[in-house]
Ligand binder design. Structure first.
Ligand code: AMP
Length: 210
């Protein structure tokens, strides 16, 4: 099982999902895609009316699917000398911690405002309505460290973009971003600064996972 990063023209990164590769992939890969897709539950109008929440708790609770998802998230970065994974609260902690273990990397926390105990740096970003803030400990990443940013889902890209800004400010070298799901229609990859990213599953136009 593998996911690949495809670099587009002009150095702009674009992701390739497992499902993009259906034609050349093996039956085993197709099974993995199906298994992951079947374990992601759409919850309409959560946490607010109009939002279809992608609930991954069934996937996390399935030992085979969880292991397969973690392997697939880590795979493209195995030879990229990732020294530390920056996981975004809260599902990025679960996936990112497991990915860090697979890659032999450390783990750094990107948390919501006010939750980190020691000296921290903050980054605000725009939400659909209003603003949000994410923070990291000022000593979470050393200058020059190679960093992979992990979260469960890429929507507008605001959260991942803010996490990247924190890593940049600490002097980290961002190797890429790994997501389980990309809500493609929202164009969130534009917030990733043209850096490589991977998504295991993408939503199609009607919000279903392709
Ligand atoms: P965004 O900053 O818009 O890219 O949103 C990404 C962050 O919000 C991630 O940490 C996701 O966990 C969460 N998120 C946004 N939209 C959804 C959704 N439809 N289902 C589940 N999580 C979501």
């Amino acid at each position: 099982m593998a996911t690949l990063i495809a670099q587009g023209s002009l150095g702009r990164a674009r992701s390739q999902s497992l499902s993009d590769r259906l034609a050349p992939v093996t039956i085993q890969e197709r099974d993995v895609i199906e298994r992951l897709r079947s374990l992601i539950r759409d919850v309409p109008d959560f946490p607010r009316p109009g939002i279809v929440f992608k609930d991954i708790t069934l996937l996390l609770g399935d030992r085979t699917a969880f292991a397969a998802a973690v392997s697939a998230l880590a795979q493209p970065y195995r030879d990229r000398d990732v020294e530390i994974v920056a996981g975004i609260e809260s599902r990025g902690f679960i996936l990112g911690g497991a990915v860090a273990d697979r890659l032999g990397a450390g783990f750094a926390l990107v948390r919501k405002e006010g939750r980190l105990p020691s000296t921290r740096i903050s980054q605000s970003y725009t939400l659909e309505y209003g603003e949000a803030v994410v923070e990291m400990h000022a000593d979470a990443i050393q200058p020059g460290q190679r960093v992979l940013i992990v979260d469960d889902l890429l929507a507008t890209g605001g959260t991942a973009g803010a996490a990247a800004a924190l890593v940049d400010r600490l002097g980290g070298d961002i190797v890429g971003f790994a997501f389980l799901i990309e809500l493609s229609a929202l164009g969130g990859s534009a917030a990733l600064g043209g850096r490589p990213y991977t998504a295991l599953l993408r939503t199609n136009g009607d919000g279903g996972i392709a």
